[in-house]
Design a protein around this ligand. Sequence first.
Ligand code: ATP
Length: 415
Amino acid sequence: MASVLTIMILEWILFLLLSFYLDHFGSFQSGIRKAVLLLHSRRAGNRSQSAQQQTTQIQEFEASVEMERTDVIKEREMVGQLLQEPNSSYSVICDNLKKVYPGKDGNSKKIAVRELSLSMARGQCFGVLGPNGAGKTTLINMLTGFTKPTSGTAYIEGMDIRLDMDKIYTGIGVCPQHDLLWENLTGREHLMFYGRLKKLKGAKLAQAIEQSLKSVRLFDGGVPDKLVQKYSGGMKRRLSVAISLIGDPKVVYMDEPSSGLDPASRKDLWKAVKSAKQDRAIILTTHSMEEAEVLCDRIGIIADGTLQCIGNSRELKTKYGGSYVLTITTMAAEEAEEEVAKLVRSISPAVSRVYRISGTQRFEMPKQEVSISAVFHVMEDAKSRMTILAWGLSDTTLEDVFIRVAKENEASSVI
Ligand SMILES: Nc1ncnc2c1ncn2[C@@H]1O[C@H](COP(=O)(O)OP(=O)(O)OP(=O)(O)O)[C@@H](O)[C@H]1O
């Protein structure tokens, strides 16, 4: 009995300490970093009384923690610079934007966006990528005034989202993730309504409606005057995009604009977005890497509310995808598959097998270890000795970068 009581008391003390820790440091990931920083600063304080020296040491430590993410650090520095010396060619500046949803019904609070700092230039399409639940929609909801940030802020065309949202509304367009349309209104009536909200009237309004309907290919065949309940899912999506573009907004947010569209409608939509970005900033979230590659001038990958990497697609592929991908298909027999694995290891000892499914194997080989010509040589030679049904060599894709960054974040969240 006494030993049971002792265990219970010990458990109680342990959980008390744990809850104190979580209350003060929020999450394990940032908590560990904060705790180590505190420890480090105390030790530095003991060695020297100089506050300046302490600060330098903490900064150096932060830099080493963030070593892998120089692009994110540079972006934060860029934001700092833009806040000190405003530059009118940047339409959106997020400054340490954070959103915490309070806990409800016994669920704990959720940090959806963590101190996000990034800048988006006019004339560009900025792609926000990330796995489900990464915080993309929350970011857009804060920028469009749908939800208030817990801390930090953003400046849209120089105006603060905490103070000037009424003014900001007239200059932005939004295509939400789920279509917000009235079934009993026509497409044209929707555009008239939103056009008037943007203070368009008379001939200007009629012209703007015609232009936006044409840009998403909803102009011909009497489509504008049909009730929205008769529209297909794709037509509704394109109408939502047309609504976001009416009235010449300087900043347009598109939350997964092409979801549910067939390939032809998607291509039409891409054309519309490409021509729309000339004199405005477009902020687009998508799960389609192809869409991000086609449309986005810069891409930020978010995971667990944190910016993981940022750059154009070429930069991201170079920085985060230093490998070639070799795919080989043989008969689905253990022996044949192992023979192939051995062959690939002879080209690159540091190769890693990504998957093996029914005779098809995918390998990643570090670029610095192999040359394309050597791979071709070995494979052509192997084809004369073994039964290789198909093979292919490709460079890292944006999808590979996305998967790697998301996996790395998952791994570090578990620590
Ligand atoms: N109103 C809310 N209250 C509590 N938690 C919320 C709320 N809205 C979102 N969340 C949580 O915040 C996190 C981020 O959600 P968000 O919708 O921003 O992600 P997302 O990246 O847009 O996801 P998806 O790609 O699936 O649309 C998720 O864990 C989600 O469950």
